[in-house]
Structure formats: C-alpha cells, structure tokens
Design a protein around this ligand. Structure first.
Ligand SMILES: O=C(O)CCC(=O)C(=O)O
Length: 384
C-alpha cells in the first residue's frame, strides 16, 4: 500500500504493521489519497479535524462524551502523524500527535502505541538521560508501620484474608516482575523520554491551584524531579503501560486479582484496571476512597500510607460541596485540624510503608492517604 511506500524506509516495519490494520484499511483510500497527493494538505486537514473533535471532547463531562468522538480523535491523530512523517519527517511532532491520540482517544488495535514506540526507538538517544543521575531520596518515614504483613501468600490464603475487609501488605510476591530489576528513572527515560504524558501539577488534587498538563516525559522529570523544585508534578492514575506496551511486558497482573469470592462463585472475570503512579519524592494523594478492590504495587522508591477502614467512614469528613470530591476527605492527614474535625481521631489509622517489591491490598471504600518518600513508581490494579 502506498502509505508504506511513501514513508521513510526507517519506518517500513512499523508502517507495514499499520497498513495491515483493519482500522486503517477502512480509511485506506482516504489516507492514500491525502498522503499521495499532498501530505502537507493532509496534515492541515487532520489538524482542522482534530481541533473540531477536541471541542467535542471538551463539551460536558468527560464520562458523557461519546466514544465516537474519542475514536475520531485517535483516527485523525494517526493520519496527522503519518502525514507529518511523510511531509516533513518531524518525528517529535508525529510522536506528539500519537500520544495525544492515545491519551484523549485511546489506542486502536495497538496501531498508535506500536507506531509511537517505533518512532521513539529511532530517535537520536539521548542527552536527557544525564539529567537524572543526581536525584536522591529526601524524605523520612514519619510513622512506624502498623499494617499486617504476609510473605508471598498463596491465593487461597489471600481469599481468606480479604474477607476481613481490612488492608494488608504482601511482600516478596513481585520478584517475578522484570520491572523490579530493570526499571529506574534512567531506563524509563531511555524507553520513552519524548513521549507526551498527562501530569498533575500542585501539591494535591484537592488544592485550589491544582492543574493538569500534557508534556514530554523528559520535561516532567527535568522540571519536577529536580531537588530544589517545590511544586509537585505527578504522573498519576494514568494508563501509562497501555501507552508504552514495552514497559507493560515487564509486569504481570498479580494472580490475586482473580481470587475474589465473586469469581470463585462463578462471576464473570471483570476488567483489571491498571494505572501508573510515577513522580518525585513528596507527591501526595490525599485521603480518599475508591469503589473497587486495589492492589497497589511498588516498583521503585518508597511510599508512606495511612489507611482507614470503610467502617470508620463517619469520622473522615468527606468533602460534601463538590460532587467530584465526594470520595475525598477534607482532613489533611499530616496536619489534622482537630477543632474542625474532632471525630477524626476516633478513626482506626493503619500505617504502612510500601517498599520496592511490596504490594498493599486496599479493600473497596477503604480510605487511603499516600505520600512518596523517594522518586517512585507504583502500579495499581483495580479489580472486583
Ligand atoms: O500512589 C498514590 O499516590 C495513590 C494510589 C491510589 O490512590 C490508588 O491506587 O487508588
């Protein structure tokens, strides 16, 4: 197909893959025509379409946006990236189109992620790797651990433990993950320094000045991992491993995620939702609760957690005036205002330190506060 022929030989392999995709075959003639006659015009047209769809994606609440608009965004991001490579060989710009497509629209048949990794691998690597050599741990463990700990338990044991509806820690169960030995700031930059990722900026998401920005990963590290930087930047709750499948290959979903009473009793396997949490020392996720079971697993760095069982919810003062923060406590766990929140001290506070290779089971609706003590990478697995 001419898409392949038109493009830089360096990418032949990736484009061969792309040209076989039913997703793109459906739009083959459109892409072929636009790339054959004028990639520049094709780029311009894709850009206009992206701007149009962007408006649609930002109208009303995200959860109500039709998936058609999201798919359209992925499609035009792909055509923009192809046209971009074809017209001016601007690989960084093409990469940016693809990442925005993945973040805003989702991937389609691995086309965008595969293409993006192919482009990234071909970039001149990589002055960005030098900048992270001197980043060190700077926080102290402020509270002794009170959480129950178990070493590499079997699934049947896990099933028994979760019945108590309390959090607990499992050590030694992630040894099989290549990520544990392989991943570091340097390695992550090597794999994806120039990929765009969504970053939360501000000390915590319930602060007034908290905001979000999409930026290249190296920029995020350069800016927010610098020891003198006081503003916090956090790649939080993002499907980063979906965006970078090469990293996804270094982990496996823990078997425990398939060990719940419902599944044992024949319920259908639900989706396991995988999210990454990557940031410098001092990132804070304020005390909040989530609806699903969670295994929070640590790859590198340490985290301090404070967990409050769901049965003590009456003592945590959820924010009631903002519908988006109903699952978030108003209490600053590190500096409790006892006059404003007198009942908080009645809550059973379970403390834990999450070290590399550890995982913590967080039951549904269990409140949790999480602070990183070092530059840190965690992966959460939400399951039912
Ligand atoms: O690691 C963090 O900062 C927060 C993790 C979390 O809240 C979760 O996994 O639900």
């Amino acid at each position: 197909m001419s898409v392949k022929v038109e493009l830089d030989g360096l990418f032949a392999k990736d484009f061969e893959f792309v040209s076989q995709s039913p997703f793109l075959t459906a739009h083959k003639s459109l892409i072929e025509k636009s790339l054959k006659h004028s990639p520049k015009i094709s780029l311009k047209m894709s850009q206009v379409c992206l701007d149009f769809v962007w408006e649609r994606l930002h109208t009303g609440h995200w959860s109500l946006v039709s998936h058609y608009w999201r798919s359209a965004y992925s499609f035009f991001s792909t055509t923009a990236a192809l046209a971009c490579l074809s017209s001016n060989s601007n690989k960084l710009q093409a990469l940016k189109f693809l990442d925005y497509g993945i973040i805003m629209g989702g991937d389609v048949e691995n086309v965008l992620t595969t293409l993006a990794q192919g482009i990234h691998d071909s970039l001149e690597q990589n002055d960005k790797l030098e900048l992270i050599e001197c980043i060190e741990a700077d926080s102290r463990i402020s509270r002794p651990s009170s959480i129950a700990e178990h070493e590499n338990i079997v699934c049947e044991e896990f099933l028994k433990l979760i019945a108590a509806d309390l959090p607990f820690k499992i050590t030694g169960a992630l040894e099989i993950w290549p990520a544990l030995k392989r991943w570091s700031l340097k390695y992550i930059l090597k794999i994806c320094a120039y990929r765009h990722v969504p970053i939360e900026i501000g000390s915590k998401y319930n602060d007034e000045d908290w905001t979000q920005q999409i930026m290249p990963l190296y920029k995020f590290v350069e800016t927010y991992f610098a020891p003198q930087e006081s503003v916090k930047g956090y790649l939080a709750q993002h499907d980063f491993l979906g965006q970078v499948p090469l990293l996804r290959e270094d982990i496996t979903i823990p078997d425990y995620c398939y060990m719940t009473p419902e599944l044992i009793n024949g319920a259908e396997k639900g989706d396991v939702l995988i999210n990454s949490w990557f940031g410098p020392a001092g990132t804070v996720s304020p005390l909040h609760q989530d609806p699903r079971r969670n295994l929070l697993c640590q790859v590198f760095g340490r985290k301090q957690l404070v967990l409050i069982p769901a049965c003590d919810s009456e003592y945590v003062y959820p924010a009631s005036d903002d519908p988006l923060l109903l699952n978030t406590s108003q209490v600053d766990v590190e500096n409790v205002d006892k006059e404003k929140f007198p009942l908080f001290e009645r809550a059973n506070q379970i403390t834990a330190v999450l070290n590399p290779g550890d995982m913590i089971y967080i039951p549904p609706k269990c409140w949790h506060f999480v602070k990183s003590l070092d530059p840190s990478f965690s992966i959460s697995f939400w399951f039912d």
